[in-house]
Design a protein around this ligand. Structure first.
Ligand SMILES: Cc1cc2nc3c(=O)[nH]c(=O)nc-3n(C[C@H](O)[C@H](O)[C@H](O)COP(=O)(O)O)c2cc1C
Length: 184
């Protein structure tokens, strides 16, 4: 199986959401013959969608912006599973992930068909904060629209108070997600 991991925190290598996603991926890779492509969106050049309509023309030549969405679109086409990691920003995903998802508009939706998308989020608020639910519902609707399946949502709370790497309960939860993934 091929996995694509999209990281969307400006904290980059000190990112809580990325840290938890890496635990899940490491656990998955332990017991199966999988490969993973990792893309840090915060290091990449991804222009904002300008809704010009070029990608919807009959010749289907795609987005006119030939930036780092080109390799990401190729990786999406090849991937069986897409993982995303983002901090919760103002009750939503980070700008980097939003920018990337907006550009999904320029990718043929067949490339998403039947694929599962998973999201790992971190925030300072408790997991009953409506921000996580807003994101979950929004991404479910996006996946539904593009023919993908939104599989699971994992939220890690209070990461400003206790960083994810010091939170044994959160680490155990992430490991369990990775282990359970291998059962499917
Ligand atoms: C601009 C901004 C907006 C934020 N908005 C929220 C929010 O709405 N809810 C929340 O719980 N935390 C919020 N936070 C805290 C971040 O979610 C938290 O620092 C982040 O999850 C850390 O994860 P990371 O290291 O992967 O970036 C915000 C932080 C910033 C910088």
């Amino acid at each position: 199986m091929k996995f694509l991991a999209l990281y969307a925190s400006p904290h980059q290598s000190r990112s809580n959401s990325g840290y938890l996603l890496d635990i899940i991926i490491d656990e998955i890779l332990k017991s199966n013959d999988h490969s993973v492509s990792k893309c840090d969106l915060t290091h990449m050049q991804i222009g904002a969608c300008i809704n010009c309509g070029v990608c919807r023309r009959p010749d289907r030549s795609g987005c006119f912006q030939k930036d780092d969405m080109v390799p990401i679109a190729e990786a999406i086409a090849e991937a069986d599973y897409i993982f995303m990691a983002s901090p919760l920003y103002w009750w939503n995903i980070s700008a980097h992930l939003k920018c990337c998802i907006d550009r999904f508009y320029g990718i043929p939706f067949e490339h998403f068909k039947g694929k599962t998308i998973h999201l790992v989020m971190t925030g300072e608020s408790r997991t009953d904060n409506e921000g996580y639910d807003i994101v979950k519902r929004s991404l479910s609707a996006v996946c539904n629209y593009i023919g993908a399946h939104f599989e699971y949502f994992f939220a890690g709370a209070s990461v400003n108070t206790i960083p994810a790497w010091n939170n044994d309960a959160l680490i155990a939860e992430a490991k369990a997600i990775g282990r359970n993934f291998n059962r499917f």
